[in-house]
Design a protein around this ligand. Sequence first.
Ligand SMILES: Nc1ncnc2c1ncn2[C@@H]1O[C@H](COP(=O)(O)OP(=O)(O)OP(=O)(O)O)[C@@H](O)[C@H]1O
Ligand SMILES: [Mg+2]
Length: 254
Amino acid sequence: MASHLRCENVTVRFGGVVACDCVSLDVEEGKIIGVIGPNGAGKTTLFNVLSRFQDFSEGKLFYREKRIDRYRPHQMVALGLARTFQNINLFAEQSVLSNILVGSHCLIGNPFASLVWTPGARRIERELTRRAFETAELLHLERDLDTLAKHLPYGHQKRVELARALASKPQIILLDEPVAGCNEEETAELKNIVRDINRELGITVVLVEHDMSMVMSVCDYIYVFNFGANLAQGTPAEIQSHPDVINAYLGTEE
Ligand SMILES: Nc1ncnc2c1ncn2[C@@H]1O[C@H](COP(=O)(O)OP(=O)(O)OP(=O)(O)O)[C@@H](O)[C@H]1O
Ligand SMILES: [Mg+2]
């Protein structure tokens, strides 16, 4: 079992609040890993640590067994990690195509070649645009490419965020509540998309989500957090019948 992304005993403090308290997580290559827990359990903070948007005071981080404790977010993108955010964060006044292309800027190479518009730069631009169309198709956004992001329904905007993350050609993607605020139909569609991203593109997926039907149906393995700490881990079946999890989370109204 090859580890793609791993943290060991990571602690993050915000003043007196311990958002992550000696937290460990091991994401196996090629799997879909769920991260669940009640509000305030530290899930987003952990994602921020793993994508290097957040520093931590104790613990260790590994990407394919390489220590990455002090990497910056752009270095994580270069390693092949992409993420989406809990709150939609698109360029509202830009088209869907432009929003997707923003995600591929890391693949452009020499920016001076783009400035003077060399044949090489034109070729790369064509290739990135072709890829943006492919990604849009995978996410059923092909008819929205010219639409301004702000004019799209909520569920479509969530998919544009995902498309933008995929445009960087990641090997692993962290999704923070991809179906939050989506209706039943949009949620069902996103479930299939997450499976396709994993199976067809071979991308490892880490998924924070409150929608239990999604988590239980798409994840291979689940980590449960509570009050900033590891509470349980196991297969969906194990988690669904775990007494501590039922007490802490599944038994309570979200
Ligand atoms: N930048 C910050 N400054 C101070 N406290 C923070 C900060 N970010 C998070 N926290 C606190 O850390 C704890 C964990 O927050 P976090 O957002 O990681 O939880 P979460 O599991 O993602 O919750 P939710 O399910 O509501 O998104 C909470 O008590 C939160 O208030
Ligand atoms: Mg969160």
